[in-house]
Each structure stands twice: as C-alpha cells, then as structure tokens.
Write a protein that binds this ligand. Structure first.
Ligand code: ADP
Length: 458
C-alpha cells in the first residue's frame, strides 16, 4: 500500500450496463458505483461509459450536458456527460433506438444491443482522445470490450491501456465470459471463495494465473442508517436498539403487520433458483412456527416463479396476515426500511458470488442468516462455529450459517438465530452492535483493486 500511494494517479474507465441508482438491476449496479467512488476517493480518476437508456432515473443525474456526437455502426451516437453520485458518466445515446426499450435487460437482442454498446464505447474513447490506464468491464454484458479492444484498438491511440474484467456472476453468458477471460490482462471475481468454487470451470481454469477473488464492499454513505431518508430514527451502533425498534414499528405499520415485539426475519432478493427459492419458502413457514414475523421483498424475472409467489402470498396473507408479508416487486425505499427494521436477514443462496444483502444487513444492525457459499462464506462467521476463522480476519463472529441445501440445513441456522433472540435479548442486542461496527466498506477491497490495476500495467 505504501508503494502504491507514491505512484501517479491512474485513469480508470468502466464500461458497464448497470449503475446504481440510475439503472440498477442487482449487485453489479451497486459495485460499479461504489467501487468507482472508493477508487476516486483514493485520488484516482474514474469515468464511466454507460448506455443512455430511456428508463434511467434522471433525477439522480446532475449537470447533464450534451458532449459531442459521432457516427459509428451506421448511426449517429450522441454523447451526454453528467454526474451520478459524484462520478463522471458519459452516456451513449445511439439514434437507432437500441436503448429506447423501457428496460435494461429483457429484449431478445440483448447480446446485440450490448455488443453494439461496447464497440461504440471503445470508438468513443478513441475518437475522444482518451488514454485510460485501465478499461474495466463487467460480466457478459460488457465482456466484448475485452476482445474488441484487443482485436481493433491496441494499434491505435489506446496502446498503454490494460483490460480488467470482473465476473459478478458466472451463471450468465459463459461463452462471452470465457472469451473475455482469454483477452483480459487481469480478471477478478467478487469473493475469494467464489473464485475457488469456479476455478475448475472450463472458461476459468486456463486463466488462473491472472484470476483473483476480491470481496465486494458497500458504500457506507449510500447505506447509512444515520443518514437515511427512508427510516424513521437515525441510528448508529450507539443507539441501535432504539433505532431498530422505531424502524420495526414503522415497517409493521406500513405493511399492516401486527405491531408487537416479534423476531422479524427479512428477505430481500431476486427470486431465482440461485437464491434458494425452496429454502426461502421453508424458512417462511419455519419462522411462522416459531412465532416470528416474515417480510419478503422480491421479484422474479421468470413469470412462473412470480406467479408461484403471488399464490404463496395470497395463502400467507389469509392464514397469517398479521405476521407475514410478501411484497413482490422491486422497491428500493422499502428495502432500506426492511434492513433497518428486521432482526435477521436471511440469504440461503445455492451459490452466491459475493452477495451484498448480508453486508447491507450488517450495516443496519440486522444479523445475517446465510448458507455457507461464495461471498456469504467469506463475510459471515457463525457465532457457534466460526470463532477461529473470524479471529483470523480480526473479526468477531457475526451471524448464523448452514451447509446443506435442504430444509434441515436452513432450520439449523434459523432455529439458533430465533432462539438467540428469544433467550438472550441482551446478548442479541450486543450482536447487533457488533455487526454494525464491522467494516464491510470498500476501504480494504479498493486497495486490492488498485494493486491489481497496477500489476496489470507491469
Ligand atoms: P444479485 O446481484 O445476485 O441480485 P446481490 O446481493 O449482489 O444480489 O445484490 C442485490 C442488491 O439488490 C442489493 O442491493 C439488494 O438490496 C437489492 N435488491 C434485490 N431485490 C430487491 C427488491 N425486490 N427491491 C429492492 N432492492 C432489491
């Protein structure tokens, strides 16, 4: 670290298709914004090149100005520049309608749309006279940057530029990911354990020498219970009990749940196979059996799964209307109130490259209950079983976890969690304080990325 600080600032350009809060679908959007902010904070220069979707949340874009226009790919591309969360963003606005679809993903021609965007982004950098040190691309959607750059741009003005490619989820677009792995100078994924889990995968195994697992962080200013418009009482670890009590009451009132001192289990997730749908359903019933309350905020991209949960919601709202609420939509403000009002956040993923919900949960003093996989394994240390593993990271144990992918597994963790709440409130409250005080920000991981950026240039 000492060595790095003496080197001149780097110029890093992210080419990405999701960005919080203007166009966030999942964790990728959070990471693009929060990693960029952390690196910028360390005095490096960061730009983001982004599609100008019609569905961008424009109220989060400051100082939007026309920048230039160029012709490429048979169309005119207008470029706009603006600031998002203090970051410089170039919005590409091709006049062929590719990003006028009312959504980020979900079109039959997504691969073509994003392939076009990646190539247009490189062309913009070339024509605009940019000479970035690092081009950082993400997942299948901006994977083409990696090979398009090596095929078409190394001879031109972008000689010193190196490609860093980050895999946020290997499940999507393995072909594009494999090709990007081949051409990238460095590749990462979003936790050390996920890096080990995927090391044997054929698209990864040939490239282990340049592949690293770096855990994601969360942005402590964006997720801050002391400064959050969506929760009733600002709190820190000093008044966590009072702050969470007020948030729980508001959550119960808002959702029409019985307002009393129940253990509240929160679940905030995309509803897909990855997230352990059968375990989520089981945990809902188990929590109700233990006289707890459950709040699930989630939406399913697959209409069959969405429909299945609509049915479950109807069933639960009539049988346990005072103790269970399933909100089957995407709702950022409500997510904040759940992180603050819940005692536990359950994340029973079948696989999880990093997972942000358990980190956000801890920032809000909610205790994570997770399956031991990927980044969940790297960030959650069981109070009964992981004392030594936590100590090795200079951390206190901070949650409950389980191994199997079946009902007894999730029961094992959830039962201990709920019992701890009932049996020892003082101990439980001190656990909430402990998890709030742990640092899951980008402080450490941003330095690891900088080290990686520097090593890419050697
Ligand atoms: P993934 O990227 O696989 O969806 P992560 O845990 O990495 O999972 O990131 C999920 C992010 O999306 C978190 O910031 C979480 O709060 C948010 N999120 C997920 N589902 C919803 C929802 N229905 N409403 C609001 N926010 C959600």
């Amino acid at each position: 670290v000492g060595g790095i600080s003496k080197e001149p600032p780097l110029h890093i350009v992210h080419i990405a298709v999701e960005m919080a809060p203007i166009a966030k679908v999942g964790g990728l959007g959070d990471v693009v914004t929060s990693l960029s902010r952390a690196v910028q904070e360390l005095n490096h220069n960061v730009d983001i090149v982004f599609p100008k979707y019609d569905c961008i949340k424009h109220n989060f874009v400051k100082d939007l100005q026309f920048n230039r226009s160029y012709h490429w790919g048979g169309t005119e591309i207008k470029v706009w520049h603006g600031k998002v969360e203090g970051l410089s963003v170039y919005f590409l606005d091709p006049q062929n309608g590719l990003f006028q679809r009312g959504c980020v993903y979900g079109c039959a021609d997504d691969a073509g749309r994003f392939g076009f965007f990646c190539h247009a982004a490189l062309e913009f950098l070339l024509q605009g006279g940019f000479h970035p040190d690092i081009l950082h691309c993400h997942d299948w959607s901006s994977a083409p940057v990696s090979w398009l750059f090596k095929d078409h741009y190394t001879q031109y003005g972008l000689i010193k530029t190196r490609i860093v490619f980050t895999i946020h989820n290997l499940e999507f677009g393995a072909n594009a990911i494999g090709k990007a792995m081949t051409f990238a100078d460095k590749a990462t994924t979003v936790s050390p354990t996920y890096a080990k889990e995927v090391a044997g995968n054929s698209v990864i195994s040939a490239h282990l020498y340049k592949f690293h697992g770096i855990i994601n962080g969360i942005d402590p200013d964006i997720w801050d219970p002391y400064n959050d418009n969506f929760i009733p009482v600002p709190y820190t670890s000093e008044n966590v009990v009072e702050g969470k009590r007020a948030a729980k009451e508001e959550l119960q009132n808002r959702l029409g749940l019985k307002s009393a001192d129940f253990p509240v289990v929160g679940i905030i997730t995309r509803l897909t196979h990855q997230k352990g749908i059968h375990l989520i359903k089981h945990a809902i019933w188990r929590t109700l059996e233990r006289n707890g309350q459950v709040v699930l905020l989630g939406s399913a991209p697959d209409p069959r799964i969405q429909n299945d949960f609509v049915n479950l919601a109807n069933q639960l709202h009539s049988s346990h209307g005072d103790r269970a609420r399933l909100v089957l939509t995407y709702d950022e403000p409500l997510s904040h109130l759940i992180y603050a009002g819940a005692d536990f956040i359950l994340v029973p993923s079948i696989f999880e490259p990093c997972g942000l919900t358990q980190l956000i949960a801890m920032r809000y003093g909610a205790v994570p209950v997770v399956r031991k996989t990927g980044g969940l394994f790297d960030t959650v240390f069981d109070v009964d079983h992981d004392k030594e593993r936590a100590q090795a990271q200079v951390l206190e144990p901070n949650g409950f976890s389980f191994d199997g992918a079946d009902a007894p597994g999730v029961d094992y963790a959830l039962n201990r969690a709920i019992s701890a709440w009932y049996d020892g409130r003082e101990w439980f409250n001190s656990l909430c304080k402990t998890v709030m005080e742990q640092d899951w920000s980008w402080n450490r991981p941003a330095l690891e990325y900088l080290e990686l950026y520097h090593s890419a240039r050697k």
